[in-house]
Ligand binder design. Structure first.
Ligand code: AHG
Ligand code: MN
Ligand code: MN
Length: 341
């Protein structure tokens, strides 16, 4: 390309509209003519909820949305007013989406099946509000989702097996991050894309630099709740000590306490997030279906890794809806190192 052509193309790009979700999927669909538009539809609906949560988060201090409902959820955790609002909004959009046959939420004991129709081929898992304990203090939080093709017959109601599939069956997974800006990061098995919500037009747009995000192969950040170290297995302790003191790339600690925010930082900067099993709590804290598996899918698609210490997270087949699992996720070098410890 001549200098003149390059300048013309730069000039054209400057004047063209940014790529939003619909345009991005139109381009993707052109490469995959078999696509039905279902994922575009589901992601567009999920992003409508995220825009609403983003607005609530940004105006929480003046809208009496902080605080708890007084209820305890199926996880035994206190439910915030925003947890409940977010959960209800996700339920509402999924219920009216023509491609969704049912959903399961971190906040609900059981999955919900919609009356069957030929078009409803997908089920959605979601964590409506991740890191919610940070919300009252204006610290970053998120929402996580995973989309699977149902395995039951389309003429029947979806059943538990549809929600207990191996993470390898995810057709799409992602998260919304309500941080200093609001982002959507997702993968449909063809790289990781990061959209930013442009509040001036109310749309998620895709900057060129967040197309096909790659996690650095080596990291210098470790993220773990060090306050729990007395409950760790000695190997975990040795691993963290090693990361801090090794000669090459000694690591800094960064821990927000919102998986989405901690993972997102490490995705861009390189590093490892660990929520290990603990004495008396061998499965750790994070939920396999609505937290670990979607995050693992994104990590792998960005060139990183995710393990429970012994197995690849994506290979795990959950036995129950709210099963937990230890997780080590992030840059390849640091995750591989964990398995050696
Ligand atoms: P949630 O708000 O959906 O219950 O998730 C909280 C999770 C996760 O976001 C975070 O990584 C982890 O809990 C933090 O746990 P600790 O407070 O035990 O460190
Ligand atoms: Mn969560
Ligand atoms: Mn949650």
């Amino acid at each position: 390309m001549s200098i003149e052509q390059a300048e013309n193309s730069r000039e054209r790009n400057k004047n063209s509209l940014p790529v939003n979700i619909q345009e991005h999927f139109r381009r993707e669909q052109a490469l995959h003519p078999e696509a039905t538009g279902a994922l575009t539809s589901i992601l567009t609906d999920l992003s409508r909820v995220a825009k609403s949560i983003s607005y609530l988060v940004n105006t929480a201090g003046i809208k009496d949305i902080h605080g708890t409902t007084g209820e305890v959820n199926v996880q035994g955790e206190t439910v915030l007013k925003l947890d409940e609002r977010a959960n209800e909004q996700f339920k509402e959009v999924l219920r009216s989406n023509p491609y969704v046959a049912g959903f399961a939420s971190e906040e609900e004991e059981s999955f919900v099946a919609f009356s069957p129709s030929e078009k409803e081929k997908y089920i959605v898992w979601f964590d409506p509000l991740d890191g919610s304990s940070n919300f009252d203090t204006n610290v970053s939080i998120g929402s996580i989702f995973a989309i699977y093709k149902r395995i039951s017959d389309v003429k029947d109601l979806v059943n538990e097996k549809d929600f207990l599939q191996s993470g390898c069956n995810q057709v799409c997974a992602g998260y919304f991050l309500y941080g200093t800006s609001t982002m959507l990061v997702y993968t449909a098995g063809n790289g990781v894309y990061g959209f930013t919500l442009d509040p001036s037009v109310g749309e998620f747009v895709l900057p060129e630099s967040y197309s096909r995000i790659q996690i650095p192969e080596k990291g210098k950040i470790y993220s773990i709740n060090e306050g729990n170290s007395s409950k760790w297995n000695p190997n975990v302790k040795n691993y963290i000590d090693y990361l801090k003191t090794r000669d090459e790339d000694p690591c800094s600690a960064r821990y927000i306490g919102s998986l989405v925010a901690d993972f997102h930082r490490n995705l861009l900067k390189g590093g490892v997030f660990v929520y290990p099993g603990e004495i008396g709590k061998p499965e750790g804290k994070l939920r396999l279906c609505c937290e670990s598996k979607p995050i693992a899918f994104i990590a792998e698609q960005a060139g990183g890794m995710a393990t429970d210490g012994n197995n690849r997270i994506l290979d795990l087949v959950p036995r129950s809806l709210h099963q937990r699992s230890p997780i080590v996720v992030g840059s390849k070098r640091e995750v591989e190192l964990y398995t050696e410890f």
